[in-house]
Design a protein around this ligand. Structure first.
Ligand code: SF4
Length: 320
């Protein structure tokens, strides 16, 4: 995934020695980001009918997972569930040393995917497997969802695309609006009404809908995350409001519907510029003031991977 996104960041894997109690908590979704499927829970419970056998099985599984993670290119592992017993850590590391060359043999130990589930990469997984499977599964969207997506996509193509022939005109107009307080207030009002209806806009002034398949991260995600999902979502549902779909789940479906799911791996989205709160995101975009203006180093780093850039930068923006 990192290679696909153009990143070279050292990554730690997480290895946890499961006991029936912790496995059960994870199985019920009580620990964000941790998933223990029913089959694994049953295996752990069976192993722990005898506690010494359970701990030995847990250590063996941890060593195998550590070996797999190392083989896949992780730079290190974080070992959890050892409960201050360094002896368990030592046993895991010793066992890893014995078996690490055989790591591909253990991949199937950690395959708990449900039948018919989505695989991001073709099986069997190896470090250099390309291409990915994103967007290969046909996605159906209800009529209103399609209409919403297409309308906003069209608006972005016409008005928020620095490659468009009218972009220099929009920039000149924006400069005029910006220095005329009454005109600016009217434009801001019109923007708010339209975006309130279409997006439940919160007036952040630094619009990011083009990164989320034309959905608002401020109103759609309780954590306002612009680089999601957060890890707490489960079966596509929001961690904070389980009655809602996670907006990042919806983002994937919308991009996949449009055949543009590659957008999900285009790189990081620059952070929101809080100083623009409650100002016109339209003007901020055309005048190069928003996150896409890439003034900060981190924003430049993200933008070089997220196909964004300020007006006239030569980097395409808006149409995602
Ligand atoms: S990202 Fe900001 S400007 Fe865009 S719709 Fe959401 S709150 Fe409004």
């Amino acid at each position: 995934m990192q290679a696909l996104m153009g990143f070279r960041l050292p990554t730690l894997g997480s290895v946890y020695i499961l006991t029936p109690k912790v496995a059960s908590l994870m199985n019920q979704g009580n620990i964000p980001g941790a998933v223990v499927p029913d089959r694994l829970l049953k295996m752990v419970r069976d192993e722990w009918t005898d506690s010494a056998r359970g701990r030995a099985a847990g250590i063996e599984r941890a060593a195998r997972l550590g070996a797999v993670l190392k083989g896949l290119g992780y730079r290190g592992i974080h070992i959890g569930g050892v409960h201050k017993r360094f002896e368990s850590v030592a046993r895991i590391l010793d066992r890893m040393k014995q078996i690490e060359n055989r790591w591909p043999d253990f991949l199937s130990d950690f395959d708990f995917s449900p039948p018919g589930g989505f695989h991001a990469f073709p099986e069997p997984a190896t470090p250099a497997v390309l291409p990915h499977n994103y967007g290969r599964k046909p996605i159906r969207m209800p009529f209103l969802g399609r209409l919403h997506f297409r309308l906003l996509e069209l608006a972005h193509t016409l008005f928020f695309n620095t490659d468009a022939s009218l972009a220099p005109l929009y920039q000149r107009l924006s400069k005029w609006f910006d220095v005329n307080p009454s005109a600016r207030a009217i434009l801001h009002f019109a923007e708010n009404v339209g975006k309130q209806v279409m997006l439940d806009c919160r007036q952040c002034g630094d619009c990011a809908i083009q990164h989320l398949a034309f959905q608002c991260p401020e109103s759609g995600c309780p954590k306002h995350i612009r680089n999601g999902a957060c890890g707490g979502s489960r079966n596509g549902r929001c961690e904070v409001y389980p009655d809602r779909w996670c907006i990042w789940h919806q983002t994937y479906l919308r991009w996949a519907y449009a055949g543009k799911s590659n957008e999900m791996i285009q790189g990081c989205i620059p952070p929101r510029k809080w100083e623009l709160d409650r100002t016109s995101s339209w003007l901020n975009f055309h005048l190069g003031r928003d996150h896409q203006g890439a003034s900060a180093e981190f924003a430049r780093f993200c933008c070089s991977r997220a196909s964004c850039g300020p007006p006239g930068s030569g980097i395409s923006i808006g149409m995602k």
